[in-house]
Ligand binder design. Structure first.
Ligand code: SAM
Length: 314
């Protein structure tokens, strides 16, 4: 897998060549939108309106729409603050939280998936991440997550550049691989010893075998620097509640983002409902339906957790 931490700017013709490769399997419209944005992302002004139109087209299938928003994000990269308007949390949060503040702001772009993609596009361009690598991650169907949910995971790791990200529920390792794009280290946890072994070439990922809640307790106690956690292991009510409580027991010093997947599953939802949120002051923000699922499965809750800084927003 290409090293996502490399910062070389990719020449437009390389991106075009990648998109023309039939094995990439993107719809023509999506290819056109992405290619347009990649080429024009460096001089976007005259084209922002038409890109925004593409984004609004109701008939656009999700991949096309997703790519159009990613493109728009790339076009916005030079100053997302200025172009998307100042965010009320920007002063309190500081970078990268100022950028992430936009994630919870519905002022300009109402759909959370679109917001995640726009910001992801911005960070791809700002940080010189290889857009082909990011697209390959977004488009890989080995994930157990939807495109929008994948974008959120990629966005959070690109924004936070975690010293350590923790991924509960390895399965085929797709979320671990995505987190490894922008994280210095990733710990990925699963019951099954053989699961993590499906993933090769991920030298920044440590695979841990065991009950997710127990391993989370151990890893987060030892690593307060972890600022991103993805919970996608146990979807039973008791299991997910135990995982959330393990994360809250060891909050880090700054803000930590916690993604909980499959909140549309009734058992997962019941588990989250059983957490006594009002007695957990370390939870500075929570959106239990941040991205909607497909009825019975999928869907993402997003929590912001912090321990020590009283100036952070509640
Ligand atoms: C939905 S899959 C994870 C998918 C992965 N995050 C992705 O997006 O590619 C859930 C995984 O969690 C593991 N799992 C379920 N309950 C667990 C538990 N209590 N502790 C550890 N692993 C668990 C399962 O073995 C399975 O591989």
């Amino acid at each position: 897998m290409t090293d996502g931490l490399s910062h070389a700017q990719v020449p437009a013709q390389d991106v075009l060549a990648f998109l023309s490769d039939p094995s990439v399997g993107l719809a023509a419209e999506a290819q056109a939108a992405f290619a347009l944005g990649t080429v024009l992302g460096r001089d976007p002004e005259p084209h922002l309106a038409s890109l925004a139109d593409l984004l609004r087209r109701p008939s656009a299938p999700l991949p096309g729409r997703a790519l159009a928003t990613l493109v728009l994000g790339m076009a916005l990269e030079r100053d997302p603050e200025e172009r998307m308007g100042p965010h009320p949390l920007a002063e309190q949060l500081g970078p990268p939280w100022a950028v992430l503040g936009h994630l919870v702001s519905a002022e300009r772009i109402t759909d959370p998936v679109d917001r995640a993609l726009v910001l992801l596009g911005g960070l791809v361009e700002r940080d010189g991440l290889d857009p082909r690598v990011v697209l390959a991650h977004l488009g890989d169907d080995d994930w157990q997550m939807s495109v929008g949910e994948r974008a959120l995971v990629l966005l959070l790791s690109a924004a936070l550049r975690p010293p350590l990200a923790v991924d509960a529920g390895t399965f085929l390792g797709r979320s671990a691989a995505a987190l490894a794009l922008s994280s210095q280290r990733v710990t990925s946890i699963d019951w099954g010893v053989e699961r993590g072994a499906h993933v090769t070439g991920l030298d920044r990922v440590d695979f841990r075998c065991g009950r997710a809640a127990d391993v989370l307790d151990e890893v987060l106690a030892a690593h307060p620097e972890c600022n991103l956690v993805v919970l996608d292991a146990d979807h039973g009510a008791e299991g997910i509640a135990a995982e959330v409580e393990a994360v809250l027991r060891h909050p880090n010093v700054g803000l930590r983002a916690v993604v909980v997947h499959d909140v549309d599953m009734p058992s997962c939802r019941a588990g989250l409902a059983s957490v006594p949120w009002d007695d957990r002051p370390q939870v500075r923000g929570r959106s239990l339906d941040f991205i909607s699922g497909t009825g019975g499965t999928g869907g993402v809750a997003l929590l912001w957790v912090a321990s020590e800084d009283p100036t952070l927003p509640t």
